[in-house]
Design a protein around this ligand. Sequence first.
Ligand code: SAM
Length: 281
Amino acid sequence: MSDPTAITDAEFQKFREFFYRKTGISFDDSKRYFVDRRLADRIKATLSDDFRSYFMLLRFQASGEECQLLTNEMTVNETYFFREDHHFDCLIQSILPAIVKRKSNKDPIRIWCMPSSSGEEPYSIAMCLLERWAGIHDWDVEIIASDIDTGILKRARAGLFSERSVRNVPPHMLRKYFTKSGHEFQICEDLREAVEFTRANLADPADTQNYKEFDVIFCRNLLIYFDDISRRTAADIFFNALNPGGFILLGHSESMSRISPIFSVRRFPEGIVYQKPVPIP
Ligand SMILES: C[S@@+](CC[C@H](N)C(=O)[O-])C[C@H]1O[C@@H](n2cnc3c(N)ncnc32)[C@H](O)[C@@H]1O
């Protein structure tokens, strides 16, 4: 008897197009094994007869619950504290000074971490602000952290991290902001409360239209999974979400200038970032 979870080339193709439209992520043929295995698991878990009936469920289930569960399985959530740490130096030494020059301190400084994965990036930002930015006493800072994956957001809110994940946290900060719980480290409640985690899809302008008036966006290590069309959609979303003069930081292998001429390139001593131009009066 043939395996009911086996996926044909044509089915893989159909799924790939569907998933790309939903998430902006495009799987090439080299990801076939990764995709097939996750689809087979979900076909079994939902007691679907085969790919065909599973694909119907995926597309037409009114709640969208299965589509969300599958998306959670398909995402790559690799992250850790103080990843590409020159960006945190850049935030403290160059970006925030540029922002506060133009802003009234009645308005909060708003930072969007998109995608946040399990929270290491927004929590790293929060710790840096507390440890290294004198302005923290005068300015109200809001940190919003978003991801498409609802499972990983749950973990981010719980704030429990592996030894591997905290390996770059300086020892004095580990002692100050974390409590050891078995083999894991839990970040303190004040920091958990300082970051608001929300589910949002960067491939869907309707989903992100209420994300507005940000001064800084961290979008690191997601655009590598997007093709040029999804990157352009993301660039437009960021443009609309930023205040004039606001900044975007991308991962080291990602470049905004290639996909969008709408941002200016700023070369700070700590690295290159992108800026939404300020209209000329
Ligand atoms: C490799 S992690 C990067 C996390 C963090 N920014 C970093 O650099 O360490 C990529 C994250 O992108 C999320 N993701 C994938 N597609 C997305 C989309 N369309 N919208 C929002 N988040 C998405 C995944 O769930 C995953 O958590």
